[in-house]
Ligand binder design. Structure first.
Ligand code: IPE
Ligand code: IPE
Ligand code: MG
Length: 240
């Protein structure tokens, strides 16, 4: 079903807290349910042949939340990377991370490094987990790496265009074809600003723990009906 037209899907997994609150549960229960939903979505994405899936797991700004919620999420990440992702590894998924390492706990970094190392040789698909991530921050990190290359003479001014600049970002990923945001809000919340430039945007009221592989399939089916012009004009179709 998936071909060259669709390489990269990105998901802003929002609505975990509201999912829990609606059930009279603590926000943490929503995050747990969200992590289960993510595992299902990621496994399904590999099965249907998607090559790149990026997910927004924790924004740099999410550190503004209570210590209790932040700690719960960090412990959940460790559990996810060290236990739950076994099935993803078996399916040949390579796990990479985008975001700042500074500010993350040592045990979280260890679990991240461990899964990156274990999955480094996998080639079926790539799961990019954005953790302690901000899109503007990533662009600043890229600008700093580019600056270092200019200073060292590795590249000259004018060598880099908008595609090759990609290699200075946290991961060299193809542009995002489909962005999905669950949980009602229609905003980007500082997510993958450089990579989103021609993304088709899908906003759904469904809260992330309720988001299913079938919903992903529906979005992909819709995407295949969209004419992407990238600023050009389809002269065969237009009456000029
Ligand atoms: C998204 O769900 C998960 C993270 C930000 C870690 P939220 O926790 O933002 O859920 P709502 O938006 O409060 O419902
Ligand atoms: C975006 O959701 C971050 C993640 C899904 C990890 P938020 O809930 O933090 O975004 P805002 O505050 O509604 O913009
Ligand atoms: Mg939210």
């Amino acid at each position: 079903m998936i071909d060259e037209k669709l390489k990269h899907v990105a998901i802003i997994m929002d609505g975990n807290g509201r999912w829990a609150e609606a059930r009279g549960k603590k926000r943490s229960a929503g995050h747990k349910a969200g992590s289960d939903a993510l595992e299902k979505i990621a496994l399904h994405a590999v099965d249907i042949g998607l090559k790149y899936l990026s997910v927004y797991a924790f924004s740099t700004d999410n550190f503004k939340r209570s210590e209790e919620e932040v700690n719960y999420l960090m412990n959940l990440f460790i559990e996810m990377f060290s236990k739950n992702y076994k099935r993803l590894l078996e399916k040949g998924v390579k796990v990479v991370f985008s975001g700042a390492r500074e500010g993350l706990r040592a045990d979280v970094l260890e679990a991240m490094d461990d899964i990156v190392e274990k999955s480094a040789k996998n080639t079926n698909a790539t799961l990019n987990v954005c953790l302690n991530y901000g899109g503007r921050e990533e662009i600043i990190r890229a600008a700093e790496r580019y600056h270092d290359d200019l200073v060292s003479g590795k590249v000259q001014k004018g060598d880099i265009d908008r595609d090759s600049f990609n290699r200075y970002l946290d991961n060299d990923l193809p542009p995002i074809d489909i962005l999905i945001r669950t949980g009602r809000e229609k905003r980007v919340s500082n997510f993958m600003l450089y990579q989103l430039y021609y993304a088709e945007m899908y906003f759904t009221d469904t809260l992330f723990p309720d988001f299913t592989p079938e919903m992903l399939d529906d979005i992909i089916a819709d995407f295949y009906g969209v004419e992407r012009r990238f600023g050009g004009i389809n002269y065969e179709k237009s009456a000029s």
